[in-house]
Design a protein around this ligand. Structure first.
Ligand SMILES: C[S@@+](CC[C@H](N)C(=O)[O-])C[C@H]1O[C@@H](n2cnc3c(N)ncnc32)[C@H](O)[C@@H]1O
Length: 406
């Protein structure tokens, strides 16, 4: 007998809470295991490719079902003990049960599959490059809490796995830097003591800066990349894994310079990470960034690092090429937009300007591949695809695509 299903449950092809045995053959880009029964797709989070598992169905959609993992009948040889006691409950990390080498292999494969399925492009993807440090790498975490109930703040942590609003309590986070974990208990304790003073829930910032932790969104944070020093507002964007940044920026520099371009446009430049780490390879660099504070810091960072060939414009990247006087055939453009990718307007003006090379850096390969299609249509062809593991143990990856004018 199955329990009574929720009202909207569709009872086909499986009953509510029906237990099935299924062989997992792949991982989705959300990090869930996926298998098929008579061709019907079933998603089973926390299962791994190659495993035979028992799973309990809780939803049937139009062309797939979703099930909870009940038992691993045949484990994958790549399954390992997760490094965090909250694995499975916390929505933060999806791959802690998979050996690190295999995490990299799946990330590489996922980029290739996205290109094939979304853009009909078959192109060899270089092996995803690992982070020097796999644990304690994150320089920033932002736990949340809800408004106190009866003087009690409840969990201070991250979204629970599979939930849109429910939080779980996170006393320590093994992917956050040691400095952050050292300060976290006292910061949590301080919040609990002030529980009554919060009119609503909030997000807390813990940003490692040199050897301490900054919690004020408006304070200045510092990060070193190679021989350069970057400062920025603690609450503004900065790449969160400093251990991979020298290799990452070094690769972007190599790709941007490869065609002999003399000029660089850094679109979505933040506080100047690429502009300033690449400036020594170019005659002139122009960065554009919509955040006034980030752009202001990019200017100050150029001055503090004695870089005199970089200018920064506070503007939306959608209008950048009106103000660029570099010769297009000697210009490389680094593009590093937020997760949502570029707008069609940005790509239109980019294609019209017609720079020699594009180095497109993205933290969401799905929107990057969507944009790749438009860039292909605009006359650019892929030259290199290089994923970087900026976020070990999570489903997230950073991908750099180099394109040249065909
Ligand atoms: C992924 S971050 C990259 C920042 C920088 N390249 C780095 O690595 O530190 C994206 C940046 O784009 C900026 N941004 C978002 N929308 C923008 C737009 N329409 N025009 C220009 N910048 C934008 C954000 O403020 C953020 O700093």
């Amino acid at each position: 007998m199955f329990p009574r299903p929720p009202k909207k449950f569709v009872p086909k092809p499986f009953e509510y809470h029906q237990e099935i045995e299924i062989t997992i053959d792949s991982l989705t880009n959300l990090g869930s295991g996926v298998g098929r029964i008579d061709g019907w797709v079933v998603f089973v989070p926390f299962s791994l490719p190659g495993e035979l598992v028992k799973a309990r169905v809780f939803r049937n959609d139009k062309n797939c079902s979703h099930a909870d993992l009940v038992e691993i009948l045949t484990p994958s040889p790549d399954r390992i003990q997760p490094g965090c006691p909250l694995f499975g409950e916390c929505g933060g990390c999806q791959y802690q049960h998979l050996s690190y080498d295999k995490q990299l292999a799946w990330k590489t494969r996922q980029v290739g599959e996205l290109m094939k399925h979304m853009a009909a492009v078959t192109f060899p993807v270089n092996d995803c490059l690992s982070s020097d440090q796999h644990w304690n790498y994150r320089s920033k975490i932002t736990p949340h809490f809800e408004k106190a109930k009866d003087g009690d703040l409840g969990p201070i942590g991250f979204l629970a796995f599979g939930r849109r609003s429910q939080l779980i309590d996170v006393p320590q986070c093994p992917i956050a830097m040691d400095t952050i974990n050292r300060e976290l208990p006292a910061i949590r304790e301080g919040l609990r003591k002030r529980a009554g003073s919060f009119k609503r829930g909030a997000t807390v910032l813990l940003r490692a800066t040199e050897d301490r932790v900054e919690t004020d969104f408006k304070a200045t944070a510092t990060e070193h990349v190679g021989d350069l020093k970057f400062q920025f507002l603690a609450g503004d964007f900065f790449q969160n894994n400093p251990f991979i940044l020298p290799a990452f920026t070094g690769y972007v520099a190599k790709q941007a310079c490869a065609g002999g371009a003399k000029y660089l446009v850094d679109a979505y430049c933040g506080s100047g990470l690429f502009s300033l780490t690449l400036a020594r390879h170019f005659q002139q660099v122009a960065g554009v960034e919509v955040s006034e504070t980030s752009c202001e810091w990019a200017r100050k960072n150029a001055a503090a690092n004695h870089i005199t060939n970089a200018t920064f414009l506070t503007a939306s990247a959608e209008a950048i090429f009106d103000s660029i006087s570099f010769p297009a055939d000697e210009t490389a453009v680094v593009i590093d937009p937020p997760r949502k990718g570029c707008t069609p307007e940005f790509i239109d003006q980019l294609v019209k300007f017609s720079p020699a090379r594009l180095v497109y850096v993205s933290c969401d390969p799905a929107t990057q591949v969507r944009d790749l299609k438009l860039l292909n249509d605009g006359g650019y062809r892929l030259e290199d695809v290089q994923p970087f593991d900026l976020f070990p143990h999570t489903r997230h990856l950073e991908c750099v695509m180099t394109l040249v004018k065909a």
